[in-house]
Design a protein around this ligand. Structure first.
Ligand SMILES: CCCCCCCC(=O)SCCNC(=O)CCNC(=O)[C@H](O)C(C)(C)COP(=O)(O)OP(=O)(O)OC[C@H]1O[C@@H](n2cnc3c(N)ncnc32)[C@H](O)[C@@H]1OP(=O)(O)O
Ligand SMILES: Cc1cc2nc3c(=O)[nH]c(=O)nc-3n(C[C@H](O)[C@H](O)[C@H](O)COP(=O)(O)OP(=O)(O)OC[C@H]3O[C@@H](n4cnc5c(N)ncnc54)[C@H](O)[C@@H]3O)c2cc1C
Length: 633
């Protein structure tokens, strides 16, 4: 994805009407939406001017668009889906001619990606929206035959977008060809009124993401030109001939793109949470370590370091792994462009498990950062609650975690069978062959030894799954039933695979570049990578004891090394989160501001509460006083 000239953060953050007088948490649902549209439109205008100035296709956002809008919105930008899915779906799935046609208005249109329905989100082959070819008029007729077929969840769909890419079952001459993508205008550009034949609205308040304008959309005999089917991979000709794709799963390509992107997004979410909680832990003094000395910075409690330093390390792990996965994605897309689909299943499997692990880890680690800040972490003004609800949405969207892990498990089982048949395997799963051929080493208490051990766990659990499936089949179950019966173990195999990948890529990428870094930087980065790997070796000690030759003595030494690493990182902890370089205006946190004026900021923010505008609220006189006086003895 080409990155555009980065709009200077100062340029955007200096615009006065992008600042909020009243904190978002004191606005109504409707005011919140109107406020983010106000701010989002200013940003949209800036990105549009920026891209026009540089003669770029005026439809892609600059690379740091999300960073800046995160700060200004402090919640989710309703234009997000335009950049994250609508435009990529068109550039990924439409012909060049169609791209020129659909994107000719540049920032003049605002789109979303409408795939999920009220009745189906995971099982795409079960989607009910239909697109039926009308040969006479050379059009597709879109319909939502049931309430459950209404599109439900797409971001920006309720009141923001005027176009969308819709996934619908393609019908030609009475035959269903499965889910395909269609470019659909849904609102009048001038009036923004829904076009005739559509039912549009927002789906209501949510746990978070409340400014994302997630909406619903129903079609009633809604007509679009035949050319509005995205036809890069499969085509419907004027005479109704259907030309199928070289690989029907290419239609799912936009989801792979977002899953790959989410690793970097989670790295950034975690960087913010770590910055807030580590800085706060350096400011907050509470309790004693030595009874005769003053109260300490809570960051001096080793258990506080245990809670927080893993978030610093994990943010770097996701950033580095995200870059590695992006390079893999780009290479596979290049191969597909040359007609080779060989690595598509591997890319799908990698993106599924890494998207799942990064979003799940971001969720629980952000919650851990919040809890480590005590009561003040529970304040909306800390920004930790919002970070949590925003991050955890990603565990579900873009592919629910369980479902995606089972997709990776499918790839692991297929790879295991190929290993048994002596076939060569891609590098990312070649350890299965080594395990099968018993070519693995004795346990070593080193980062490489731990990575090798975690891979042995993957191989051992995958073997166990294959045997479990075989056992159920031999007892008379169909393969799909046997798969379902073994799914608890299959999930475990995928989780173990994802963890081994993250540890391996993090360690070896850091090791690879360390010689190019200043000594100090190399030392600290390696400490973080070793902390990450050692943390997970200790978390997964049970599996390591089952599948490797690790001993109790090795584990004791790892625990000792882990605590050493906490102590080594402690002096650099604040410097490490400062190096994430997230400005206060984007951090949006009373606890995490760079100047450390936590208590003053908390009080300033509290006084902004509308309730503090008067010393006695009207409800006292209206409701409380009569009751108090009535029962006054
Ligand atoms: C910042 C970002 C904000 C984003 C906001 C959120 C946006 C959204 O949420 S958009 C909606 C997201 N929705 C989803 O992700 C839906 C998840 N479901 C799916 O992807 C599919 O239904 C899935 C994969 C579970 C099953 O698909 P289905 O067609 O039934 O395939 P299935 O029968 O299981 O066969 C799997 C085969 O397809 C292949 N396959 C499946 N998906 C893909 C894919 N995306 N790419 C390549 N291959 C794929 C597998 O490799 C496997 O191949 P093989 O047969 O060789 O083993
Ligand atoms: C904040 C947010 C934003 C979103 N934005 C968009 C958007 O912009 N565009 C869009 O199209 N969609 C969007 N979605 C929808 C999202 O993609 C779906 O929610 C997601 O794909 C899961 O589908 P579902 O909700 O229908 O759950 P279901 O598919 O009904 O799954 C429910 C549960 O059933 C279980 N399950 C389902 N299938 C299986 C299986 N095969 N094996 C084992 N267990 C299974 C899992 O536990 C799963 O959690 C968004 C969702 C959220 C929360």
């Amino acid at each position: 994805m080409k990155c555009y000239p980065v709009p200077r953060e100062n340029l955007v953050l200096s615009i006065d009407n992008l600042k909020d007088d009243i904190p978002e948490e004191y606005l109504s649902h409707k005011e919140c939406y109107e406020n983010v549209i106000r701010k989002g439109s200013v940003l949209y205008d800036i990105f549009s001017e920026l891209s026009k100035d540089r003669k770029h296709k005026a439809h892609q956002a600059p690379s740091n668009a999300y960073r800046i809008s995160d700060g200004i919105m402090q919640n989710v930008n309703p234009f997000l889906l335009h950049f994250a899915l609508f435009v990529p779906a068109i550039t990924n799935q439409a012909t060049p001619e169609q791209q020129a046609e659909f994107l000719k208005h540049g920032f003049g249109i605002i789109g979303t990606y409408a795939q999920t329905e009220l009745g189906h989100g995971t099982f795409l082959r079960g989607l009910e929206t239909t697109a039926t070819l009308d040969l006479e008029t050379d059009e597709f007729v879109l319909n939502s035959p049931t309430l459950t077929s209404y599109k439900w969840w797409p971001g920006g769909l309720g009141h923001t977008a005027n176009h969308c890419v819709v996934m619908a079952q393609l019908y030609v001459k009475g035959k269903c060809h499965g889910p395909h993508l269609f470019f659909v205008q849904i609102r009048d550009i001038e009036t923004h009124e829904p076009l005739p034949g559509l039912k549009l609205g927002e789906i209501g308040a949510k746990m978070g993401f409340n400014t994302a304008d997630n909406g619903f959309l129903g079609f009633h005999n809604f007509r679009i030109p035949r050319n509005n089917m995205l036809m890069k991979n499969s085509q419907v000709l004027k005479d109704g001939t259907y030309v199928e794709s070289k690989n029907e799963k290419l239609t799912y390509g936009s989801m792979v793109f977002v899953r790959v992107y989410l690793l970097s997004d989670m790295a950034y979410m975690l960087a913010r949470a770590a910055t807030i909680s580590v800085r706060y832990s350096a400011v907050r003094h509470q309790s004693h370590i030595k009874p005769d000395e003053p109260e300490v910075q809570i960051l001096d409690f080793v258990i506080q370091q245990h809670k927080l330093f893993i978030s610093i390390a994990t943010s770097h792990a996701f950033k580095i792994c995200g870059l590695w996965l992006w390079q893999t994605y780009s290479k596979v897309m290049e191969d597909i462009g040359k007609g080779s689909m060989d690595r598509l299943p591997e890319l799908h499997a990698l993106s599924c498990c890494l998207k799942t692990t990064s979003t799940r880890d971001a969720g629980w680690l952000i919650e851990q950062c919040r809890l480590a800040c005590g009561g003040h972490g529970y304040l909306m003004s800390s920004n930790l609650p919002s970070l949590y609800t925003t991050a955890t949405a990603a565990i579900t969207y873009e592919g629910e975690s369980t479902v995606l892990l089972l997709q990776t498990a499918r790839y692991l089982i297929k790879s295991w069978k190929r290993a048994m048949e002596g076939e060569s395997l891609p590098a990312t799963v070649s350890f299965l062959s080594e395990y099968f051929n018993k070519r693995y080493n004795k346990w070593e208490n080193t980062p490489k030894g731990i990575v090798d051990g975690l891979k042995l766990v993957v191989a051992g659990v995958t073997k166990m799954c294959a045997e479990s499936i075989q056992k159920h089949v031999s007892r008379g179950q169909q393969y799909e039933e046997a798969w379902n019966s073994s799914s608890v173990q299959l999930i475990k195999a995928s989780e173990a695979y994802s963890r081994a990948l993250l540890c391996e890529v993090f360690w070896f990428e850091v090791d690879k570049v360390s010689s190019t870094l200043s000594n100090n930087l190399a030392v600290v980065l390696k400490q973080l990578a070793e902390l990450y790997i050692t943390y997970w070796a200790l978390e997964k000690r049970g599996d390591l004891l089952v599948y490797t030759t690790i001993s109790k003595d090795d584990l004791d030494k790892l625990q000792e090394r882990y605590e050493e690493l906490l102590a080594l990182i402690r002096p650099n902890a604040v410097g490490l989160v400062d190096s994430f370089d997230i400005r206060d205006e984007i951090l949006c946190s009373t606890l995490g501001a760079y100047d450390g004026r936590v208590y003053e900021r908390m009080m300033e923010h509290a006084l902004k509460s509308p309730l503090n505008a008067e010393t006695v609220n009207q409800s006292f006189h209206k409701y409380m006083k009569p009751v108090i006086l009535k029962h006054k003895i």
